[in-house]
Design a protein around this ligand. Structure first.
Ligand SMILES: [Zn+2]
Length: 445
């Protein structure tokens, strides 16, 4: 089943700890004029994400405690590890996270200890290392806590350990790409039936932002089937799943045969869907090619080339709107930055759909022209041929992608009554996808 995944040439992948420093990943050059190059093979371990699953500082090799003592002045427990190095843990944190059955509900792995019962200035009576190399603490009220060495090590407060833990939990490292991307490709049936294949799919979806699936039946119902593999899909005003076809009196520009410029879906929702599935049930004979762009990579290009425009798009709030009737009637309004950045300045989400960008623009007069200039600069970068990956879906093909990161579009197509273009789509959110990824990782490892 592993052989059905497309290979991402490993040396071409560049590790990036910050999206600012991240370089474009140059994947295999696509042959000229080939819109959907045949996928090459990928083995499971070649997905770089796998390395993070057991990265050095969080290795599965068992740690054991050599020595422990209380630093009363600093109110810290100090643990010396058998394999060298030491870690410090605040008394309060240790007491708060006692793993005994009085303090923790084992069946839910949840804290029973109440904040009102926690002394945030607690002392320690006795600290010792048990015979099986665990950390044992007796508190002033004679309550005893025993901590597993492995558990403690993973929760070390050093910057390095915290970063490693966050990477293990969230897989925030991303691989940026441009038009030379060979979209990672997997087999739909393998993903349904095989945990390793499903894990590799989700890791690539997270790291690269797009995975192409071949081999689904060319009929409705399979985006929902795939969503069940993860958990559940995200209901929106367009329904549990939605049919992208040329519709009379369309309530969305997607439901026409016209060109769709690069966009993210649903910025009119404050919490836009994180992941999108699109399944080709039937394809137009002429046109209807799909386009995708790495919104994070192009945002970094904008930051380098036009920092002022980047700052404008990352700071100004733009109004989005969506009104109509589908699953039920709706009248949505939202305010979003085109580029969302986190506290560290890393790009974490793109919100842009020119069709639903509202004519209501809540900006003072002097910011209107700078806003348009900045948006035009970003869109011009997105549209550069060296940034756009183009492919044409065939019946049965499914594309799964990060809707917080990728911009997607399609070329106009010729609508014929006997050869209709029909894609079925569905949304999911990243919380559910990452939850399944962590469960699969535990199962596979
Ligand atoms: Zn306890």
């Amino acid at each position: 089943m592993l052989s059905t995944l497309a290979r991402i040439t490993r040396p071409a992948l560049q590790r990036c700890t910050s999206s600012v420093a991240c370089q474009t990943i140059r994947f295999c050059r696509r042959p000229e004029k080939v819109l959907h190059p045949p996928p090459t093979r990928l083995t499971f371990v070649q997905l770089r994400g796998q390395q993070t699953l057991g990265s050095a500082s969080l290795s599965v090799a068992s740690h054991s405690v050599r020595h422990a003592r209380a630093l009363d002045e600093e109110r810290l427990g100090e643990v010396e590890w058998e394999d060298g190095g030491q870690s410090l843990y605040p008394f309060t944190w240790l007491r708060d996270n006692c793993q005994c059955s009085l303090c923790t509900l084992q069946s839910a792995q949840a804290r029973k200890l109440l904040m009102s019962d926690l002394d945030v200035h607690t002392d320690i009576d006795v600290v010792e290392v048990t015979n099986d190399s665990k950390l044992s603490i007796v508190w002033p009220d004679q309550h005893t806590s025993v901590f597993d060495a492995e558990w403690l090590k993973k929760r070390s407060f050093s910057l390095e350990a915290r970063q490693a833990m966050q990477e293990e939990l969230f897989l925030n490292e991303r691989y940026y790409w441009d038009s030379k991307l060979r979209i990672p490709t997997a087999n739909y049936q393998d993903i349904l039936n095989d945990d390793k294949a499903a894990l590799a799919w989700l890791v690539a979806l997270r790291r690269i932002g797009i995975v192409y699936l071949k081999g689904a039946p060319a009929e409705q119902g399979h985006v929902a089937r795939l969503a069940e593999r993860i958990g559940y899909l995200r209901l929106t005003f367009y329904g549990h799943t939605w049919q992208v076809v040329d519709k009379y009196m369309a309530n969305n520009v997607a439901y026409t045969s016209g060109n769709l410029s690069l966009h993210t879906d649903y910025p009119a929702l404050h919490f836009a869907p994180g992941v999108q599935f699109l399944h080709c049930v039937s394809q137009a004979e002429e046109g209807g090619d799909s386009e995708v762009v790495d919104g994070f990579h192009t945002a970094e290009q904008l930051r380098r080339e036009d920092p002022e425009a980047f700052h404008t798009l990352a700071s100004l709030l733009v109004d989005f709107t969506d009104t109509g009737t589908d699953y039920c009637d709706f009248m949505l309004q939202s305010k979003k930055s085109i580029i969302d950045i986190n506290e560290q300045g890393q790009v974490v989400r793109i919100n842009y759909n020119n069709a639903t960008r509202d004519s209501v623009l809540d900006l003072p007069l002097h910011q209107v022209q700078p806003f348009y200039r900045a948006l035009k600069a970003y869109v011009n970068i997105m549209k550069r041929p060296e940034n756009v990956v183009t492919y044409k879906m065939e019946p049965g093909d499914m594309v799964t992608f990060d809707n917080w990161r990728l911009l997607h579009g399609r070329k106009s197509y010729v609508s014929k009554p006997d050869k209709v273009r029909h894609l079925e789509g569905a949304y999911l959110d990243w919380d559910e996808v990452m939850s399944r990824l962590r469960i699969l990782r535990n199962a596979v490892n």
